[in-house]
Design a protein around this ligand. Structure first.
Ligand SMILES: NC(=O)c1ccc[n+]([C@@H]2O[C@H](COP(=O)([O-])OP(=O)(O)OC[C@H]3O[C@@H](n4cnc5c(N)ncnc54)[C@H](O)[C@@H]3O)[C@@H](O)[C@H]2O)c1
Length: 456
């Protein structure tokens, strides 16, 4: 990993200085890791409005990993027009059969099953009747599945984070560009009703010029991480070897869209710190039987990680991660501008000249004016779907873009920029909070790319 970063830094310092100057970006500071294409970015991927692929009359889907979250996606796609569920891969054959039975119960053909072990998805991606492969596997499989799918000519969609190493992020970007396929990270929180309302407030100018934002994943997962099923089978292992922000994208994605990251602004560098490590080990000793080896494990993931990102335009973003202390759920979801501030959990707002007192105000009187048109039109369809309906909205938008041949709301550059915070935060924590340059996966094109609009 470090070798690759060094190689990229070296290239940045030499070959690309000219491109940066051409875009008015200035030269990169000496020795800083950044990004250089090994090959020119294909024209289709260089479009300011984002990459588009030919419209698909219907989307033929293959799934890899149909546990809790993957199963939820299957349920959503059964309710969306123009989708055919062709194949499912899971190492748990009983679960694959269970999810396949839902497809049959919906009056569809039984999907083909791929249950011959961890690499059986390689057979699935080779089918010639698939357009899109969606993975909701444990984190270590996201990059291998997406890359195999794109190399086999399929679009790829992955659960979060898309990758948790710098190299993994580059691999997704470079494979998507080379194969001319979409690679979408399914960041459902970008489709939360509050998050989309904030985006509309920002686009309407209600909060003025944005200066600062905060996002988080604060979710007490102690029992889930140390369960003996689903995420309890794999997620805790990351707490044994990694100390940083392991899950940055839920909090970061929505505020990054407000700040036009990759579309007018870009992450520049970050610094990160972690608190002491207490929660998971204490919970294990209090709740697991003596025979469970996790009682005696030395976890290294600090309970609360705080990462501060500086953007190219000077704005600041706080991103936090805490899955191991007793604390109510929050993604913070704070966006602060020169005229006002929105803050989540619970939602509240202050707008200079509009809020009557110098105190937070309920957002209810803003809802009619700023509810996002997608939610206003589709809230009934989303009702009852996973995570308050935002998962349905995300899957609906993914299929709509593929069928219309329009750009994705979140493209491979967003997937990479939001996910790369994982390894960079770990590096900063390990190095007494030393700044880490965030690679520019757009390779200098972020000032030219079109900001996300208010789609309806
Ligand atoms: N966006 C969200 O709100 C959200 C919520 C939950 C989970 N997730 C993400 O979804 C992913 C899955 O999480 P989950 O809670 O569903 O976990 P899970 O453990 O319930 O499901 C994972 C599934 O993948 C299968 N699997 C493991 N390795 C595989 C392989 N090599 N090939 C095929 N199948 C394989 C498992 O058998 C299991 O059925 C994770 O990346 C997680 O971060 C996202």
């Amino acid at each position: 990993v470090s070798g690759d970063l060094d190689r990229r830094s070296f290239l940045k310092g030499t070959a690309l200085a000219g491109l940066g100057a051409g875009l008015g970006l200035g030269a990169a500071p000496p020795g800083e890791a950044a990004s250089v294409p090994r090959e020119p970015v294909p024209t289709a991927y260089a479009a300011a409005g984002g990459f588009t692929a030919p419209a698909l009359p219907q989307v033929r889907l293959g799934f890899v990993g149909v546990g809790l979250q993957g199963g939820g996606h299957v349920e959503n796609f059964l309710k969306i027009d123009g989708v055919e569920i062709v194949a499912l891969a899971d190492i748990d054959a009983a679960r694959a059969e269970e999810v396949a039975s839902w497809v049959v119960a919906a009056g569809r053909k039984k999907p083909a099953l791929y249950t011959r072990g961890e690499h059986d998805f390689l057979r699935l991606v080779e089918r010639d009747d698939l357009d899109l492969v969606l993975t909701a596997t444990p984190w270590e499989w996201h990059v291998p599945v997406c890359v195999a799918a794109m190399n086999a000519g399929k679009h790829a969609a992955t659960e979060v984070p898309a990758a948790y190493t710098v190299d993994g992020c580059w691999e997704l970007v470079e494979t998507a560009e080379r194969t001319l396929r979409h690679c979408v990270m399914l960041e459902n929180c970008c489709y939360g009703r509050s998050e989309m309302m904030v985006l509309k407030m920002v686009r309407s100018g209600l909060l003025g010029e944005l200066l600062h934002a905060e996002g988080a994943y604060i979710h007490d997962l102690r029992a889930i991480k140390l369960d003996t099923k689903n995420e309890g089978l794999w997620r805790w292992q990351h707490s044994l070897t990694r100390n940083g922000n392991l899950y940055p994208t839920h909090g970061l994605g929505p505020v990054a869209q407000c700040l036009d990251i990759n579309r007018g602004d870009a992450f520049d560098y970050l610094v990160s710190m972690s608190s002491p490590v207490r929660g998971l080990g204490a919970w294990a000793r209090e709740h697991l039987p003596d025979s469970d080896p996790r009682r005696r494990m030395d976890f290294v993931l600090g309970d609360m990680n705080s990462t501060l990102i500086k953007t190219q335009r000077g704005r600041t973003i706080l991103v936090q991660h805490d899955t191991t202390t007793p604390r109510p759920y929050s993604r913070l979801n704070l966006v602060q501008g020169t005229r006002g501030t929105f803050s989540g959990y619970p939602d509240k707002i202050f707008v200079e000249g509009r809020t009557p007192t110098h105190a937070w105000e309920s957002i209810e009187s803003y809802r009619a004016e700023f509810d996002h048109p997608l939610w206003a039109a589709n809230h009934a369809a989303a009702a009852g779907a996973g995570h308050g309906g935002m998962d349905f909205m995300e899957d609906f938008r993914l299929i709509a873009a593929l069928r219309a041949g329009t750009p994705m709301d979140m493209d491979v550059y967003d997937a990479a920029a939001w996910s790369v915070i994982c390894e960079l935060s770990e590096r900063s924590v390990a190095g007494r909070s030393q700044p880490q340059t965030v690679p520019d996966f757009t390779r200098g094109r972020w000032p030219l790319r079109t900001p996300l609009g208010i789609v309806s």
